[in-house]
Design a protein around this ligand. Structure first.
Ligand code: MEV
Length: 312
């Protein structure tokens, strides 16, 4: 029998970077992009290993690799010995694009392994394990990426607090455009930390402004007032620019989206590359995609943000 574990990608709608400093942020899953792990019994003595289809790589349990780490953490959490099992991993989430690929592959692997051991991990426990792996990827992550990916729900997140689900009063569609530049989240987060260290009061004010944008966005999303989100996205992007985490490629995509009629656009995630999101409400999707591609996007996808049932 093959047991399957999976987890979606994600985008941060509002509040990245400031969330590391205690401000709220909002993130939503992208269910059309997923990491999937299939657990297949292996011959006795074969041990536990991952075959990563995308990377054309086989990873063993003892390897110094973040994917091996999530297996060790899962076995520890379940107090289980390694089974003879092959986990075949595949993912349609672009790597290093700020779409939560690292967290999603960890969550999918832990789900498949724990299911194969007959003890599926509850989301809350799984979230703490994936967070441990995120620390290896990103240094000092806030925990928002693993939380949205593990729960597979829109989340309102404050570091150190239990994630809150929030109401989506009316569905809305986003364009997600990839610069094709690997977004070095660890570097961007480290640079913001240095900036903050040099003038904490100045940057705390910027973080608080981002926090206010997040609160306003949450209220408008809950009320189904989608039209109000565009200006808030533009404001959030301007504040992220002052934090030095945008880059010419992201700014070009943001400008192109606005010129093509998107009511708002901003970088999403760590920045310095990775992805941009634009509100696609009231726009011609074909024309918006063409404009983004002309401005350098290597990939454009559309996703609808809506209220959904629990992730499994
Ligand atoms: C990265 O997706 C989001 C950041 O806010 C970092 C974090 O929250 O850990 C940039």
């Amino acid at each position: 029998m093959t047991l399957i574990g999976s987890a979606p990608g994600k985008v941060i709608l509002f509040g990245e970077h400031a969330v590391v400093y205690g401000q709220p942020a909002i993130a939503v899953p992208v269910h059309s992009r997923r990491a999937v792990a299939r657990a297949r019994p292996a011959p006795p003595g074969a041990g536990l290993r991952i075959v990563a289809a995308n990377l054309a790589q086989t990873i063993c349990l003892s390897d110094d690799h973040p994917l091996a780490l999530i297996l060790r953490l899962t076995l520890d959490a379940l107090d289980a010995d390694p089974p003879d099992l092959t986990l075949v991993l595949s993912s349609t989430i672009p790597i290093a694009g700020g779409l939560g690929s690292g967290a999603a592959v960890s969550a999918a692997l832990a789900r498949a392994l724990s299911a194969a051991l007959g003890a599926p991990l509850p989301d809350e426990r799984l979230n703490t394990l994936v967070y441990e792996v995120e620390k290896v990827h990103h240094g000092t992550p806030s925990g928002i990426d693993n939380t949205v990916v593990v729960y597979g729900q829109p989340v309102y997140f404050v570091r150190g607090q239990a994630p809150q689900r929030f109401t989506i009063g009316a569905p809305f569609t986003l364009a997600i455009a990839d610069t094709g530049i690997a977004g070095p989240t660890r570097v961007a987060v480290g640079d913001v930390r240095r900036l903050h260290g040099r003038a904490p009061e100045r940057w705390d004010r910027v973080f608080a402004e981002i926090g206010a944008v997040v609160e306003a966005a949450r209220a408008h999303i809950a009320a189904g007032e989608t039209g109000a989100l565009g200006p808030l996205m533009n404001r959030n992007h301007a504040l992220l620019q002052t934090l030095t985490v945008s880059c010419p490629a992201l700014d070009a995509l943001v400008d192109a989206a606005r010129a093509a009629g998107a009511p708002g656009a901003k970088l999403s995630g760590g920045g310095r590359g990775g992805n941009m999101i634009a509100l696609a409400e009231g726009t011609d999707h074909g024309a918006l995609e063409a404009a983004l591609r002309r401005a350098g996007a290597v990939r454009v996808l559309f996703t609808t943000v809506e209220q959904i049932g629990p992730e499994r």
